[in-house]
Design a protein around this ligand. Structure first.
Ligand code: PXP
Length: 394
């Protein structure tokens, strides 16, 4: 069911995730039972669309979508058999319509693609009111099916305050205090506070988690290794979420996702213990289908997708590749009824693309925000990151 996407715009502006549109249209063909068919999606500027609109419909100005079936009704032959035809989308017009509807450009383009594809398979809204209603109903249903796993708001921002504690530990004094920093993050709009209580206590201390449990008003997410001591501590503390991570003494920061497949028995026992104590459990995993399926099998409530490889990518191709893995992993996790968080290495440049993945509910960001806070203050640094996320999602 290939969807060929041709971006014919002169300036490739406005920017959006073209691959995600293509992928969503492939899912659309699956929903319609058209897996054997091919479809061409052509992205145009308003100027280009106006030329087609004049040539084929004798109308002035651009329209939002035009469909050209590969075959006329009843026509037979190889082209008619496999090829659905072309859907032309005017991206500038879609952008204006998205602003009016308060939705993302991608959402509007998907709506228009659904409309265009329904035309290709024979739906029509001009012949009669009944047919128009049937087409409208089908459009709504397909849209709901495609986006049923999507969150309805922008992803929440949870701030990891470990590195406030790193600065404090550098001098062994009482400041800066991660507990005070957490309060400022919440005042600026963060919807959660994350701390990693490492076995070597290199930054966050037991005192910090105890005080944070008493003061955090949003959500306290405790990152920890799967050890007997940490499990006992978490069960006593009762954070709002525990995120299980692999932990190595020598590492500068968490280096990779948890091997849920390889440690299934031990991890499952930890998940069961925490859940029995009423604590939801997230597993920090790489964008790997097997790990995600294993997380679902052992009844984790969430996963946190490890974004480190995407953030460390050194070429655009590499970044695109890692992004696709994350996007597919998010979709798989949501389809497996797991809540999806993401984090590690996210900064003011690379977060927007991840924030736009519709299945991701929460981003966990530490180093970049704390680094910026040193220069501009914690509240400003959090607000700037919230702006990045907001702009990526509306
Ligand atoms: N998520 C997990 C599981 C982590 O271990 C960390 C780092 O402590 C983060 C998110 C935040 O990463 P960063 O500090 O690079 O934003």
């Amino acid at each position: 069911m290939p969807v060929h996407l041709l971006d014919q715009r002169e300036h490739h502006q406005p920017r959006f995730d073209v691959q995600l549109l293509q992928h969503t249209c492939e899912r659309l063909l699956t929903q319609l039972g058209l897996v054997e068919k091919t479809l061409s999606l052509v992205l145009l500027s308003d100027r280009q669309m106006a030329a087609y609109n004049l040539q084929y419909r004798g109308k002035d100005g651009p329209t939002n979508v035009l469909s050209f079936p590969a075959a006329f009704p009843g026509e037979v032959g190889p082209a008619a058999h496999n090829d659905l035809g072309d859907v032309l989308l005017a991206v500038d017009t879609a952008q204006r319509e998205a602003a009016v509807q308060h939705c993302t450009l991608l959402t509007r383009l998907v709506q228009l693609s659904i409309h265009g594809v329904l035309h290709l398979i024979g739906y029509d809204h001009e012949r009669s009111e009944d047919e128009a209603q049937a087409m409208w109903d089908e459009e709504q249903q397909l849209f709901t099916q495609l986006f049923q796993t999507r969150r309805r708001t922008m992803p929440h921002l949870a701030i990891n305050v470990d590195h406030v504690a790193t600065l404090r530990q550098a001098r062994g004094t009482v400041e800066p205090d991660p507990v005070l920093a957490a309060g400022l993050c919440e005042l600026a709009g963060a919807r959660g506070i994350v701390v990693h209580l490492r076995e070597d206590r290199r930054h966050i201390q037991d005192r910090d988690v105890q005080l944070l449990r008493q003061t955090v008003k949003t959500k306290l997410n405790l990152e920890m290794a799967v050890t007997k001591d940490m499990l006992a501590l978490a069960i006593e503390l009762k954070p709002d979420l525990v995120t299980l991570v692999p932990e190595k003494r020598q590492e500068l920061t968490t280096e990779g996702g948890l091997d849920v497949v390889g440690t299934q028995k031990k991890t499952a026992a930890a998940v069961a213990k925490l859940r029995k104590a009423g604590i939801p459990v997230s597993l920090f995993v790489d964008a790997d289908a097997e790990q995600i399926q294993a997380a679902a099998e052992i009844d984790a409530t969430h996963i946190e997708l490890h974004t480190g490889h995407y953030c460390d990518a050194v070429s655009i191709e590499d970044e695109d590749h890692e992004f696709l893995l994350l996007r597919n992993a998010a979709e798989l996790a949501a389809a497996s009824s797991l809540k999806v968080n993401a984090g590690h290495g996210l900064d003011y440049r690379n977060t927007a693309r991840i924030a736009a993945i519709p299945e991701i509910d929460e981003l966990s960001i530490g180093h970049a925000v704390v680094s910026r806070a040193v220069l501009v203050g914690m509240e400003q640094a959090v607000r700037e990151m919230l702006d990045v996320i907001r702009q990526a999602t509306c």
